[in-house]
Design a protein around this ligand. Sequence first.
Ligand SMILES: O=C(O)C1=N[C@H](C(=O)O)C[C@H](O)C1
Length: 298
Amino acid sequence: MKPEPIFQGLYVPLITPFTDDLRLAPDALARLADDALSAGASGLVALGTTAETATLTAEERETVIRVCSAACRAHGAPLIVGAGTNDTAATITALRELAAQGDIAAALVPAPPYTRPGEAGTLAHFTALSEHGGLPLVVYDIPYRTGQTLGADTITALGRLPGVVGIKHATGAIDPTTMELLGTPLPGFAVLGGDDVVLSPLVAAGAHGGIVASANVRTADFAEMITLWRSGSAAPARSLGAELARLSAALFTEPNPTVIKGVLNAQNRIPSPAVRMPLLAASTDAVRRAALLAAGRD
Ligand SMILES: O=C(O)C1=N[C@H](C(=O)O)C[C@H](O)C1
């Protein structure tokens, strides 16, 4: 039987800072990584959707992993790395390469995007990754990006695979499948919220923590909100959760991570709000509204 879930608390999927001319800014990334862990994050996620991974070169992806890994090592914190495509064999190769680095705690792997292989195909995909990838897996359930929904029975079957240690639950709702998942916890299987605006009620209902892009800003408050719920302090957790949900809603008014980068740039934490196409920089209005909430003002 698997032990307690190894992933609990807040994991920050870091943005990838660029310069105005769209070059990677590794020093700014190193500062963000250190800030997040110093502010109480349990660990980091490199190369999530929030990192604009689709537009990074192989060399840039290596740099991002190296920078995040150094920060995690310095703080004794786990690093989760985003990986996975709609090609099972290629995903196994990518996982083995990550596993060979020796300091990556797990890979965050979406249900195969775009192909829509069905739930049986998705289970077969993760079974193969679990058997041959060589790295613990966090299943990324995000049907609005992948096109593949997963029911409670499939999630339970995934959670029973020996190499699967958790799920990032980002289905856009707290629905009957969510409640089934949280009502019958699997040993050693972490449920981590991935829909920023509903993170607070999800943790209130029993999730172990979250992987939320909004926590690139107000990291300490997101970490505290999770701790408050998990230690049974409902009243302050509810109030902080409502405040952070307003912030998340503002950060997601335009495609992620454009507003977050705008806010971090306004706070002088990254050199530029620039994003790579097909993303376009966030509007001034969206950034202004979110920046006020990021500073703790409505
Ligand atoms: O990169 C991530 O991890 C996240 N990506 C989601 C998305 O952009 O859809 C949002 C979530 O907060 C974390």
